[in-house]
Structures are given as C-alpha cells and as structure tokens.
Design a protein around this ligand. Sequence first.
Ligand code: SF4
Length: 181
Amino acid sequence: MFDDQRSKKVILVLHCLLNQNARIDGCAYFPGAMRESARAVVDSGVGILQMPCAELHCLGLDRSGRMRDGTDIGIREALLEGEGLKACRDLVRQVMDDVREYQKHGFRIIGVVGNDGSPACGVDTTHYVDGERAGAGAFMEILREELTRRGLDIPFVALRDHEWAERTARIRALLESAAEN
Ligand code: SF4
C-alpha cells in the first residue's frame, strides 16, 4: 500500500517556515518562505506538514498579548489561558490527528521544526511577558506533551531569527540522519 514515489517520511514545520506573512508586525525576515531552510527541507524529499500558526489563529495578524481590559499579559501567556489555551489545544489536536493517520500507515514523522524565541513556537527558548529565556513556546509545549503522552519520541529542532544559516545546518543534520535510517 502506498507503494509509489512518496518517501513515507514527514516533517512537521512551523507555519512561517513557508509563510512569513503570518509573522507579527516587524518580525518577518523574508518575503515569503524562509528560503534556505525551506529549500533544505524540500530538497530532502521528505513530506512537509505545515502546522498552523497558533498566534495568527488565536490572536490575529495585528497581535499582542494585550487583553480586553488593556493589561499586557504577553503572547505566550495569552496562548496558555482561557480561550487561547482552548484554541491552541484544538490546533495541536488537528496536528496529532494527521500524525496518528500517517503512523497508522507506517509513515515516519522524522521531526518537528520550531523557532527559538517565539512565544508560540520556541523549542529551547521562548518569549515571556518580561523577555526571552529558557522554555518552550505555548504551541510547542502542548505539542510535545501530546507526543509524549502517546509515547512518541520525535526530535525537535529550532530555527532562530538572525541565526537562520547555522540553524538550517541543524535541520540538514536531522534530514540526513532520517535519510540514513
Ligand atoms: S507563532 Fe510560530 S508559526 Fe506563527 S509566526 Fe510565530 S513562529 Fe511563526
């Protein structure tokens, strides 16, 4: 079954790897896709599952962590409480539905690509209301919890604005190791 040209390998990537239009105002570094990083993934032959942008979906394009009463609780924090948390969990559930379906048919999920420093997509560092420090972004935190809950050990790697060349090398290493196995 599915014995055709497909690689049966899929990588989960943050939305803005392919679409910088989703970025918060002032934070798009490319006109469209993050060119070199996206090219590395495309050229590898793995399938690309573009995850939803949690910030765009939950807080809109012109977003902030400002609540209706004017208090700024921070974007990460806004995604981890009330409506934001519910919406984030729904998005993760949709991703997990696809992951489960691929796995049911023997496809491999080779990794997850996030973006350090992002309130939603940070892997090793994220942005809290008072600045950046160690920790995962809201979406990645919930996604990792779900993967762990289902016993799936899938590697996470992170791009990082301003360091995309060095970070792309990390993605290449992940892709190469998936190609060997
Ligand atoms: S929330 Fe994630 S996908 Fe959306 S713009 Fe920020 S880093 Fe990109």
